[in-house]
Design a protein around this ligand. Structure first.
Ligand SMILES: [Zn+2]
Ligand SMILES: [Zn+2]
Ligand SMILES: [Zn+2]
Length: 152
């Protein structure tokens, strides 16, 4: 099966699990994210959509679709990169934890892992003790992945 056909099946399974219906365009954008090994910007997604479907789509529309996907935890925005990744748990049945992203600075692959509850509570407490209000709790950590750290 092709990568995109496989991604389309994953997109269907994930949206079914989330109890939402994806319009064909949203589904295609989600499938492109699922098929990608690295995070993609809205512009890169618009570009890939055009290559795949021979139809152009304005980046603003892509942003709106990405908002929808992120609101439903099907995708996440990496603030530090201004790019998007598909959720690694979009077809899991457990509740979604506060995500922590390990970003390989060499090959740009991203791994999503949940933050342990006690780590998250400690973080929140230290923010509150400083008199700040936590607005976004996901963590993005610069790393080297297993392959890249072996290669150096
Ligand atoms: Zn996730
Ligand atoms: Zn999971
Ligand atoms: Zn790497």
């Amino acid at each position: 099966m092709s990568v995109i056909a496989n991604a389309n099946m994953q997109a269907d399974a994930a949206s079914q699990k989330a109890g939402i219906k994806l319009t064909p365009k949203r589904r295609s954008i989600f499938a492109l994210l699922l098929a990608s090994q690295t995070p993609l910007s809205a512009y890169e997604l618009a570009e890939q959509f055009k290559n795949e479907h021979g139809q152009s789509i304005p980046p603003m529309s892509v942003y709106r679709m990405l908002d929808f996907l992120t609101e439903n935890n099907l995708a996440h925005k990496l603030t530090s990169e201004n790019k998007f990744v598909s959720c690694a748990h979009s077809t899991c049945s457990h509740t979604h934890e506060v995500p922590q992203f390990l970003i390989c600075e060499n090959c740009h692959q991203v791994k999503e892992i949940g933050i342990k509850k006690e780590v998250f509570e400690a973080l929140k407490l230290s923010v509150e003790q400083a008199g700040f209000v936590l607005k976004q709790s996901q963590l993005e950590l610069r790393c080297l992945c297993a392959e890249c750290s072996k290669a150096t």
